[in-house]
Design a protein around this ligand. Structure first.
Ligand code: NAX
Ligand code: ADP
Ligand code: K
Length: 496
């Protein structure tokens, strides 16, 4: 398990740990781990010069530890302390050591130095308001350059709980690496967190994490759905892997259900149907295995349903959605189905009373409509939004976007680490809905199907980028084959 702890939880864990440790020892351990990483990050540079930014609290104390250690290792270090910064008791020793160890102290950002590394120790989990004054100016100055940045614990200015910048026009230090202490934090992995934290390293500092108390959230990983990745029995047939029916495709929007259907087919569904609201195209020449039907008279009995891609908001769409929700078949609700649900309290009630597996796959705008709030509110706390949707509608939810957030009605939250901005293009969400439908049709339970689909979908995009197919110009149509490759590799590796 890769647990993610809220700031309040980290504070509790830290308090317990501090009670049984000599003063200053956690800060020394934090400084030790961070300076080891810093040394690796500058190893390729000749005579590297390192700038250490130290704030007024214990995050600044960590920074002074790093400065002292690097100075001791013979690296040229300049420390810039925020004006008026007091010295927290734990860091007095590091300050003395840094002063004795040849570390330079500057009052302003030295001009014309090409820093091999900037260590951001302005603020950590004690950040209480938006960066302002000198701290804000420093963060902006660092972000203007392309110096490599190592953030201590959390990039200064980022909310470790939510992954949003603190303050309405907030600023944060943009780091390429973050070394985070004691436990990993959700805000480093979703929303703005992925861009500001960069690669995250966890330094546990030898602190024991509570075995009983549940973490706030966890990162998605193959282990969470591995038991459903089994090799296929020799004696199987197309009926063994379930049917998926994609319902959608109003006028001008036929591509959406076709993309979902291709996603379902290449993620292993035995048979895939596309039931369209507009003119039935009869055939997908590029994927002739798909079977087309008119949605009007179509009976999807026996199929897992993916409903919503390109469906529109017509009376027919509403009727089809009402019928789908009324049945017991596993259901993936995407795109226009979500907009219809947002506008119809009756559909919301019906949804909350369903017994079959139900997955909702909103992007932030769809989530905003469902909760009756703005996109800014959703993005301001993505975990809270996903949790609220799952609780209200009693469904499994994935709030999509960088660091997709999955939530269950019981409050469990998982943040997905795979995927990249290559996915920021039309139709990729349709493919995700199709993959999820395929896993449900193959008998995966609802929660694991959503975890698996989101992980595989992101990993497919990562695989394509590694092959040079994206992020620029990656298309949704390229995802199903990549997802198929990812799934087969996983089955070989885990189930094989
Ligand atoms: N307590 C401990 O023993 C340990 C603490 N650790 C470090 O300590 C950090 C937490 O330390 P603190 O609680 O001192 O918090 P921070 O160092 O994050 O900052 C808190 C200080 O900044 C002020 N402040 C907050 N927001 C501000 C803003 N926008 N502008 C100006 N001042 C602002 C606060 O009033 C307070 O003085 C962690 O993130 C971690 O880096 C680690 O060394 C591990 C051990
Ligand atoms: N910057 C990004 N990083 C990672 N994943 C992303 C990013 N942008 C979009 N995605 C993913 O791409 C998909 C987009 O879905 P959606 O917005 O519904 O698009 P569409 O409706 O066009 O299919 C989601 O799975 C989302 O998580
Ligand atoms: K920091």
């Amino acid at each position: 398990m890769k647990p993610l702890y809220s700031v309040a939880q980290i504070r509790d864990i830290e308090t317990t740990a501090l009670a049984s440790l000599p003063p200053g020892s956690l800060m020394q351990r934090a400084g030790q781990s961070a300076s080891e990483l810093a040394v690796k990050l500058v190893a390729h540079r000749q005579s590297p010069q390192v700038l250490v930014l130290a704030g007024p609290g214990n995050n600044g104390g960590d920074a002074l530890e790093v400065a002292a250690n690097l100075g001791q290792a013979g690296i040229a270090v300049t420390v810039l302390r925020l004006a008026g910064a007091s010295t927290p008791p734990d860091s007095a020793r590091a300050l003395l050591r840094a002063r004795a160890g040849g570390v330079r102290f500057a009052d302003a950002l030295p001009a014309d130095v090409d820093w091999a590394l900037v260590v951001d120790g302005l603020f950590g989990i004690g950040l209480a308001r938006a960066l302002s004054g000198a701290a804000r100016a420093l963060a902006c100055a660092v972000n203007e350059h392309d110096w490599p940045v190592l953030a201590l614990d959390v990039p200064s200015g980022l909310d470790a709980d939510t992954g949003a910048l603190v303050g309405p026009d907030g600023v944060a230090v943009r780091a390429g690496h973050t070394i985070t202490f004691i436990g990993d934090k959700p805000g480093l992995h979703t929303g703005q967190g992925r861009d500001y934290a960069g690669a995250v390293t966890l330094a546990g500092l030898g602190v024991e994490l509570p075995a009983q108390a549940p973490a706030e959230a966890q990162l998605n990983e193959v282990a969470l759905f591995a038991r459903y990745l089994h090799p296929r029995a020799q004696n199987s047939h197309k009926g063994s892997f379930g049917n998926v029916a994609v319902i959608g495709g109003a006028r001008g929007m036929l591509g959406a259900p076709v993309l979902a259907a291709r996603g379902a087919l290449l993620a292993g569904a035995g048979r895939v149907f596309v039931a369209t609201l507009d003119r039935n195209p009869g055939l997908d020449m590029a994927q002739p295995e798909l079977m087309f039907r008119d949605a009007a008279g179509y009976d999807p009995a026996g199929s897992t349903l993916v409903i919503g891609p390109g469906m529109g908001d017509s009376a027919d769409a509403l009727r089809l959605l009402h019928r789908a929700q009324g049945g017991a078949a596993p259901l993936v609700l995407d795109a226009d189905a979500l907009n219809l649900i947002a506008a119809n309290p009756d559909l919301q009630l019906q949804l909350a009373q369903r017994t079959g597996a139900t997955a909702l796959t909103p992007h932030p705008l769809e989530a905003a409509r469902l909760l009756g709030v703005t996109i800014a509110v959703i993005q301001g706390d993505r975990m809270a939004a996903a949790r609220e949707l799952a609780a209200r509608l009693r469904c499994h939810v994935v709030l999509k976007g960088a660091g997709s957030v999955l939530a269950r009605p019981d409050g469990m939250v998982v943040i997905n680490p795979t995927g990249n901005p290559g996915l920021a293009t039309a139709g990729t969400g349709d493919v995700l809905a199709g993959i999820c439908g395929a896993l449900l049709a193959q008998g995966w339970p609802g929660w694991e199907a959503l975890l698996g689909a989101v992980w595989v979908h992101g990993a497919a995009a990562d695989r394509l980028v590694a092959q040079g197919v994206g992020p620029i110009g990656l298309t949704a149509g390229e995802l199903p084959a990549a997802a198929r490759a990812v799934l087969n590799a996983l089955v070989l590796e885990i189930g094989g």
